[in-house]
Design a binder for this molecule. Structure first.
Ligand SMILES: [Zn+2]
Length: 446
């Protein structure tokens, strides 16, 4: 539409040249622009003002001659002269309707152009800072940024989309400094709380969902059904077979760099070190942490207890139990004999906290874990989602006491949320293997 108006104005200027009002060689190209104020119409031009000198006329007088010379157009409803000599054009209502067949004809290519002429342009968008969580605002910026990039591409630009991942600069330095200052202060007890995330890098599955089911007869039992006292009462040998299979999977895995780092931490920190773990895979003990300073709050798959609770403490599983238990294999009579309580002869049970049981002090160090959270001067939470109650309780105590907490996890979790709200501590996004050796090394220098 703008080019149509420009065409009309050019024709009017040519007409004035033909009428010897203007000298064709002196005509200066006018500017056509959208009217800034809708009450002035749709488009305006300064054609009369830039050419009045050459015509030796007042701009308004030249404007009148230009308006008189404008060719007729169905698209233009009214033309007015305004101010010192602007010419305003008001479009006819149906002028835009004529675009509809054009839009229909051109379909997806309508509105595309080569205005950018292949020039290069870079659109940087979202570029969230890794020192903070992503928000819905980042999602909105993603949509906006991509729309801008697509519009530029449709008009002929060569677009590069950029998402800067900022891992340097001031904010990263502040994060590093704040972690360092937490590690530098003189410490009392350092409580390490670990969950499934630390064992994931050793290849230990969660035994939930598909990995956990166990077939008995024609029925598939889920982990949540097998890991119960009621299932054990109903079919103790099947529950044992399932656990011995799981134990085989755990035994086939090795402790990883994060486990080994915690062994160095215990050596260095001595009685200031305490490890509270949700994992039953036994990898902390196999790596070399001491049973004394490792509170296995959900038990350990390498241990058993008397099912009548006649023993003062869990005991290691006896030798001679197959460590490569095939999935689905049942126990033979001799194996069931080995799993009997050495004191009273009742069948033993896996030393694992089941879904229909509660934490206690004797088996799971419940009260000792709470006490440790009440006295710790630093809590490091590694690879746990906070889905179970005791770990979350420890995190809440830390937040209430304003004890600094360092949270290591690939994504934000309820613990990082506690850190964010309390404003004490730090959330380190990443895996246990990436961060734990680093943290243990930094604590060593204190
Ligand atoms: Zn017993």
């Amino acid at each position: 539409m703008k080019s149509h108006i420009a065409d009309l104005v050019t024709k009017a200027l040519d007409q004035l040249a033909a009428d010897n009002i203007l000298n064709a060689g002196d005509i200066r190209p006018p500017v056509i622009e959208r009217a800034r104020d809708a009450s002035h119409g749709d488009f305006a031009t300064n054609a009369a003002m830039v050419n009045s000198k050459a015509a030796k006329m007042r701009p308004r007088d030249l404007a009148e001659k230009l308006v008189a010379a404008l060719p007729a157009s169905d698209a233009v409803q009214a033309v007015e002269i305004a101010g010192p000599g602007f010419i305003n054009f008001r479009l006819a209502e149906n002028s835009l309707h004529s675009l509809i067949p054009q839009i229909m004809r051109q379909g997806h290519s309508y509105g595309r152009s080569q205005a950018g002429a292949g020039k290069r342009v870079q659109v940087e968008f979202v570029s969230a800072n890794p020192t903070g969580p992503l928000s819905t605002g980042h999602g909105r910026q993603g949509v906006l940024g991509d729309c801008i990039a697509r519009l530029l591409e449709a008009t002929g630009w060569d677009v590069t989309r950029e998402y800067y991942f900022n891992d340097g600069g001031r904010q990263m330095r502040v994060l590093g400094d704040s972690v360092k200052s937490l590690l530098d202060r003189p410490h009392g007890l350092i409580l390490w709380l670990t969950g499934a995330g630390i064992s994931a890098e050793s290849g230990i599955p969660t035994f939930r969902g598909k990995e956990g089911y166990w077939q008995v007869g024609s029925r598939n039992y889920q982990a949540e059904e097998m890991a119960t006292w009621s299932a054990y009462q109903e079919m103790p040998d099947e529950v044992w077979a399932w656990y011995l299979y799981r134990r085989g999977v755990c035994r086939a895995a090795d402790p990883n760099a994060a486990h080994r780092a915690l062994v160095r931490a215990e050596k260095h920190q001595g009685d200031r070190f305490l490890l509270v773990t949700q994992n039953v895979d036994g990898l902390h003990l196999r790596a070399g942490n001491s049973l004394e300073r490792t509170y296995q709050i959900h038990g350990n798959i390498d241990f058993m207890r008397c099912s009548r609770e006649c023993l003062p403490a869990p005991i290691p599983l006896p030798d001679g139990i197959d460590l490569r238990w095939e999935k689905g294999r049942s126990l033979v009579g001799e194996e069931l004999d080995r799993l009997k309580c050495p004191s009273c002869g009742a069948l033993g049970r896996p030393h694992v906290l089941w879904f229909d049981e509660s934490y206690d002090e004797a088996n799971f160090r419940f009260q000792s874990s709470i006490d440790a959270a009440r006295h710790a001067s630093l809590i490091v939470v590694v690879g746990t989602t906070g889905a179970t109650s005791l770990p979350m309780h420890i995190g809440t105590i830390a937040a209430q006491r304003e004890v600094p907490m360092i949270v290591v996890n690939p994504e934000p979790n309820p613990f990082s949320e506690l850190v964010r709200r309390a404003g004490r501590g730090a959330f380190l996004s990443g895996t246990a293997g990436e961060w734990v050796p680093e943290l243990v090394g930094a604590l060593r220098s204190t």
